[in-house]
Design a protein around this ligand. Structure first.
Ligand code: NAI
Length: 272
């Protein structure tokens, strides 16, 4: 860094980003590379992974990024991804659990197997990857895990019960790991993004009534961008966050702070 301030510097760090071939995971991977880290991107579709790796290498050079086929619903696949980070870079310092799926369905119609699939991807998937990476972190006596929570961790979003249940469980998992693994030098935190249009939710929120209502309840009056979530991830992974453990960083343009969402109502905005 030009200023000599290394607080947010990730030089020498190696990160595995699950679901890193698109959306927030890719945004986080880019920011990590831009701040000096080497990143292994893991996702199910290898073509998507290779495309992401090219984008990252364009930012940081050939050494800065690699890819691995990863299905977080599979134990052996999670272990292989961690092993690949070690084979390629000799260490692993940061795990970002960004693999995720959305399921919108009225809850009366929600089948158990759909619920379990969503839960398995978000929660058990994060646990699998945390365990695989955790063995390395424990040996090194240092490591950082960042889970992706959600606004639905804190407030109800209608017709996404499986997703909301999974994201509530992410909070519990984050706190459990933060509590249990701190003694191994491992910090575990979460980011709860507001609404960022990605492949996960674009159809639900872009140019829809639901999207318009969300914007009315967002004091900043706009959706977020992947790089605005990535800033939080760089912070949590960096030396600047060295004493932050078990925290969930909300990055939502004020959505949660807006309470019942009256911030855009005429009586709440007298200047308009
Ligand atoms: P996205 O759809 O762009 O990214 C999710 C990625 O996970 C995709 O590339 C997908 O192929 C991958 N994936 C799905 N199942 C997988 C599996 N079994 N194994 C490996 N990879 C798998 O969506 P986005 O928005 O980037 O989501 C990333 C995380 O952020 C998710 O956990 C999501 O719930 C969370 N999030 C996103 C918000 C948003 O507004 N976009 C808001 C709050 C949370």
């Amino acid at each position: 860094m030009a200023s000599g301030n290394k607080m947010f510097d990730l030089t020498g760090k190696v990160a595995l980003v699950t679901g890193g071939a698109s959306g927030l995971g890719l945004g986080i991977a880019k920011a990590f590379v831009q701040n000096g880290a080497k990143v292994l991107v893991g996702s199910r579709t290898i073509d998507k992974v290779e495309g992401a790796v090219k984008e990252l290498q364009a930012l940081g050079g050939d050494e800065s990024a690699g890819g691995v086929a990863l299905d977080v619903t599979n134990d052996a696949s999670a272990e292989r991804a961690v092993r690949k980070a070690i084979d390629l870079y000799g260490r692993l310092d940061i795990l970002v659990n960004s693999a995720g799926v959305m399921l919108r369905k009225p809850t009366f119609e929600l089948k158990g197997e759909d619920f379990n699939r969503v839960y398995d991807t978000h929660v058990t998937g994060s646990l699998r990857c945390a365990q695989a990476a955790g063995h390395i972190f424990r040996e090194q006596h240092s490591g950082c895990i960042i889970n992706l929570a959600s606004i639905s961790t804190f407030v109800d979003l209608i017709e996404v019960a499986a997703y909301a249940a999974a994201k509530n469980a992410i909070l519990g998992l984050t706190r459990s790991l933060a509590n249990e693994w701190a003694k191994h030098g491992i910090r575990t935190n979460a980011i709860a993004p507001g609404f960022i249009p990605t492949d996960l939710n674009r159809k639900m929120i872009e140019n829809t009534d639901r999207g318009r209502r969300i914007l009315e309840h967002t004091p900043m009056g706009r959706f977020g961008k992947a790089e605005e979530i990535a800033g939080g991830a760089v912070f949590l992974a960096s030396p600047a966050a060295g004493f932050i453990n078990g925290h969930t960083l909300v990055i939502d343009g004020g959505y949660l702070a807006s309470g019942i969402g009256d911030s855009f109502a005429p009586w709440a905005t007298p200047e308009k």
